[in-house]
Ligand binder design. Structure first.
Ligand code: HEC
Length: 200
């Protein structure tokens, strides 16, 4: 009896085993060839891309070329500003009109310390002034409200180097500094310029 029970149980176990799914086996369903090929291609591409990038600047895949930002005012045409804003009085050749508008050519007011012409063009000038032996007593308008600081620097750099003039260009920092220190000073008089700056 005992032995019978044993067999009976065995059979039961056997049937139970049959009802279960088979143990999962590896390699039963091989990975499709296309997938293998794709993985291969991706690997080659990945490693190849990495190798290709070695030594190149890290741009995060951004292959646009780097353009250096031009210095402020570098693209401003001082000559064009002169023609539009100054030449009506000081004339195209910078010689002015004797007795009315002083010359810019060889003017010590223009070609000396940069603080002086910056003050004149930014704030204007009014009062008796002598330029190259001729006396003027007119009104030079202020351009601080009409031109950007970079434009003032550009037009001054232009007139300081045109018609044989040979003075250093004027950086926009000069105009910024003038604005900071003298705010909205009205038109200067020649005397005041001489007292405040190294004017003639
Ligand atoms: C409306 C006419 C007029 C315009 C426009 C004008 N100026 Fe003048 N400028 C004068 C007069 C007049 C004087 C002399 C003022 C005085 O007698 O005190 C003068 C004086 C000057 C001086 C100092 C004296 C000299 O001859 O060096 C400079 C520098 C100067 N101007 C530069 C400029 C520049 C740069 C511009 C253009 C951004 C300009 N001016 C536009 C009339 C003008």
């Amino acid at each position: 009896m005992k032995r019978h029970d044993q067999r009976h149980n065995d059979r039961h176990n056997y049937n139970a085993q049959h009802r279960e799914h088979g143990e999962p086996e590896e390699g039963q369903r091989p990975v499709p060839k296309v997938v293998v090929v794709w993985i291969g291609i991706l690997l080659v591409w990945g490693v190849g891309y990495y190798a290709w990038q070695i030594g190149k600047p890290m741009l995060g895949g951004d292959s646009r070329s780097v353009v250096e930002a031009p210095a402020a005012g570098a693209d401003i045409d001082g000559g064009a500003i002169f023609s539009a804003r100054c030449s009506a009085c000081h004339q195209d050749n910078g010689q002015g009109v004797p007795g009315s508008f002083p010359p810019l050519v060889e003017s010590e007011w223009l070609l000396g310390d940069p603080t002086v012409p910056v003050a004149i063009v930014h704030d204007g000038l009014q009062g008796e002034i002598e330029v190259e032996g001729t006396t003027y007593n007119g009104v030079m308008p202020a351009f601080g409200g009409q031109l950007e600081n970079a434009e003032i620097a550009a037009v001054l750099s232009y007139v300081r180097q045109e018609w044989g003039n040979d003075a250093e260009p004027i950086e926009v920092d000069r105009v910024d500094a003038h604005e900071e220190e003298h705010g909205d000073h009205g038109a200067w008089s020649p005397d005041e310029l001489s007292e405040t700056f190294e004017a003639p």
